[in-house]
Write a protein that binds this ligand. Structure first.
Ligand SMILES: [Ca+2]
Length: 146
């Protein structure tokens, strides 16, 4: 039997600059369920979500599932970074640019969109961070790392 690719982000420790409520916390972005939604909180104009893979991995692909029910355009000028600088608390936000930029969404996202980011060659990192630069909420249903 050949095992499928392992989602390194699944049920890993995950942090966010804010969250909307206890029912929209950051763990919902890595719980393997494409319907449950992480949503950032009010008054957070550069919200981020940061996954700790638990060790340094060679990352070759990241998949982001935008919200399926509405509001996909709130994902706007978003950035994904991979690296070894820990981003696990609000005070770490200024260090996000120290990790390597691997993807930028130019403009607005689309409801229901799935963004597949291929890293060729693969990039080594432990922390994978998605930041929304559009000034609005960050909400996605899932983020996978391979
Ligand atoms: Ca989810």
């Amino acid at each position: 039997m050949v095992a499928g690719p392992l989602n390194l982000a699944l049920n890993k420790q995950v942090y966010a600059s804010s969250y909307y409520s206890d029912t929209t916390g950051p763990t919902l972005a890595v719980n393997g369920d494409k319907t449950s939604i992480f949503q950032s909180g009010f008054n957070d104009t550069t919200p981020w979500l940061s996954i700790d893979l638990g060790a340094i991995y060679s990352v070759s692909k990241i998949v982001i599932y935008n919200r399926q029910d509405c509001c996909g355009s709130r994902l706007y000028n978003a950035e994904v970074r991979v690296g070894v600088v820990p981003i696990s608390a609000l005070a770490d936000g200024w260090r996000i640019p120290e990790n390597t930029l691997v993807w930028t969404l130019g403009g607005a996202g689309t409801t229901g969109a799935v963004y597949t980011i291929k890293l060729s060659p693969p990039y080594e990192g432990r922390w994978v961070t998605l930041q929304n630069k559009g000034g609005d909420f960050l909400h996605i249903t899932e983020m996978e790392v391979y």
